[in-house]
Design a binder for this molecule. Structure first.
Ligand SMILES: Cc1cc2nc3c(=O)[nH]c(=O)nc-3n(C[C@H](O)[C@H](O)[C@H](O)COP(=O)(O)O)c2cc1C
Length: 235
């Protein structure tokens, strides 16, 4: 009898003011679903910080909304994060979301030095995508800013790498990109859309391999959390 495996959940987190990054996000999701047993979910980042009260919202509602966002980020098997390039870096709402959600809102007084929910992100595969007005407008820097955030949180960075034919394919090796032109109205090319699909597919493949490998590892050696705790205690 074939063993039942759980579906691998890919969360695509993105911010988009004019629509280019949203379009890439949809193609990233399409690419991820090329891989068997993958579920994709979208999380569109809002302009307002997660902790800002929305019109008519009470503090308790905001805390529930925040907990749902933190829950989505924490329970996904992999994150693919997209942000427009703003001044050569990821647009600030995306960084802000991670700052708000990776930081415990009520750090216990006894542990003021570690108010970070970094464990939510540890070991998760992650990939990045961006859109910029011009080819030299900082799109690779914007990808790097997202990948640096992921490295800092202990995520497993997944990049497309160089794509064939190496000297003719203008896709970035660090993530998916689209150039939207000075007026922001350039339609993404098929190469750009395919680079978004390929990113989704690659992150989904690596996430599946890691999840399956982890299941096998735990069968032999017990829960990874217990193993980490025992190693940490003995060092
Ligand atoms: C505040 C701001 C800063 C920007 N900075 C850059 C930049 O540094 N380099 C660039 O090429 N484009 C820059 N752009 C253009 C956006 O990166 C581009 O329009 C992108 O497609 C927006 O993505 P969206 O359509 O998903 O909102 C900037 C746009 C704004 C609003």
């Amino acid at each position: 009898m074939q063993e039942q495996r759980q579906r691998t959940r890919i969360l695509i987190v993105y911010y988009s003011r004019f629509g280019a990054v949203r379009s890439l996000a949809e193609h990233v999701a399409e690419g991820a679903r090329r891989v068997p047993d993958i579920e994709t979910e979208m999380l569109e980042v809002e302009d307002l910080p997660v902790e800002a009260l929305r019109p008519g919202e009470r503090a308790a509602d905001m805390q529930m909304r925040r907990a749902m966002v933190v829950g989505k980020l924490g329970s996904a098997d992999a994150l693919i994060v997209g942000a427009p390039a703003y001044f050569g870096s990821m647009a600030s709402p995306v960084k802000r979301l991670f700052e708000d959600c990776a930081t415990a809102s009520n750090p216990p007084a006894t542990d003021r030095s570690r108010p970070w929910h970094h464990y939510l992100f540890h070991d998760k595969p992650g990939g990045a995508f961006t859109a910029s007005a011009t080819p030299h407008g900082g799109n690779e820097q914007a990808l790097h800013s997202i990948l640096t955030l992921m490295m800092h949180l202990g995520m497993v960075v997944v990049t497309p790498g160089q794509q064939m034919p190496i000297l003719e394919n203008d896709a970035a090796p660090y993530g998916a990109t689209a150039i939207t032109g000075a007026m922001g109205n350039r339609i993404p090319t098929e190469t750009e859309l395919e680079s978004a699909r390929a990113l989704g597919q690659r992150v989904a493949e690596v996430a599946t391999w890691l999840a399956w490998g982890r299941t096998e590892w735990e069968k032999r050696h017990g829960a990874i959390g217990d193993h980490v705790a025992s190693v940490t205690k003995s060092t």
